[in-house]
Design a protein around this ligand. Sequence first.
Ligand SMILES: Cc1ncc(COP(=O)(O)O)c(C=O)c1O
Length: 401
Amino acid sequence: MAIDLEHCKDLDAADPLAEFRDRFEAGEEGAIYLDANSLGPLPADAPARLEATVREAWGRGRSRSWANPRWIGAPARIGAKLARLIGAEDDEVIVGDGTSVNLFKLLMAALALQPEGRRVILSERDNFPSDLHIAQGIVALRGHRYELKMVEQGDDILAAINQEVSVVTLTHASFRTGACHDLKAITHRAHQAGALVVWDISHSAGATEVDLNGAGVDFAVGCGYKYLGGGPGAPAFAFVRRDLQATASNPLTGWMSHADTMSFETDYRPADGMRRFLCGSPEVLALTVLEAALDVWEGIDPSLAFEKNRALTGLFIDLVEQELSSFGFTIITPKETDRRGGQVTIAHERGAELSEALIKAGVLCSFRPPNAMRFGFQPFCLRFTDLWEAVGRLRGVVEKA
Ligand SMILES: Cc1ncc(COP(=O)(O)O)c(C=O)c1O
């Protein structure tokens, strides 16, 4: 049966998260925001919380505020708030630095735990470029003791994991296609072959179920500014499985990772637990915004949001098929619900031009070469009727093109 506006209205009426829309800034009048995979929307109370931190804690408190555990304890406290969204324990996640920096730390930590003879860092050519650049940098830094092997698109990653592999590092949900790897199966295969895994869950954290401990993951990193909504350049996060924390070492041995930072000891001693994976001072202002974003999740069952995202991405796919089948679009995101994250990608040979026209028509999406139009869905802000409207505008744009 064809989907119509009434059906979308019924879905909105039954949405248990409908009231959460007000917990975010509305954005521009009439605009539909489908770019949460680039930058999550602004939580409504973040500006006031940021202003309080700036005016009260910094403006009045000045350096005394460093004595307030809210500042120095922010990376671990906020990490614990994030943990339940990604299947981790409270003491397995810390926030701070960027994703690329955390990937460097954890890749180095994983390699250092492995026997010298294992020379391969295994990834895939279509991984996010920064992740590959970090791995390439490590290969050079370590005097080419390691080799970065990249599985080609369409090749079987499981088959490429052998006894030569030291660490497998992949992004769970692809930034380009929105397709998710089987995190559990790949982690299991890596462990069978004696390899460790470092997952980048930037495009799945806050968008879809990730069960790091359920899958036995060793290390993971991810962005704070995408679905998690921590704002432009938000601190990233790092996860280290609890039983690895005592033996894994952080190559960026800054003072915040010292066992006793305030002793100002000359010699380095690593802190216990996840604090060992910090480096320098916490980004207090940015962390204030990230915390506001994570507090939106407080008291709700995260699976409600993930379920809604599956329904949104599913409806979008169905609407594209129904409304746009004769206009040369190819849906490259898997249709199976458990194989996609929070994003749907549709390819079109004139994708760059169409994305630009669609943004002008008030539907914010993003484009990645050569032909990928990306639509990222944020479950708290979007209505099902927004998708009806967005696909209608896309039809209007392509009809005119
Ligand atoms: C999958 C993935 N990993 C890493 C990054 C880079 O993150 P950062 O800028 O925090 O280093 C991005 C940025 O979009 C990304 O999509």
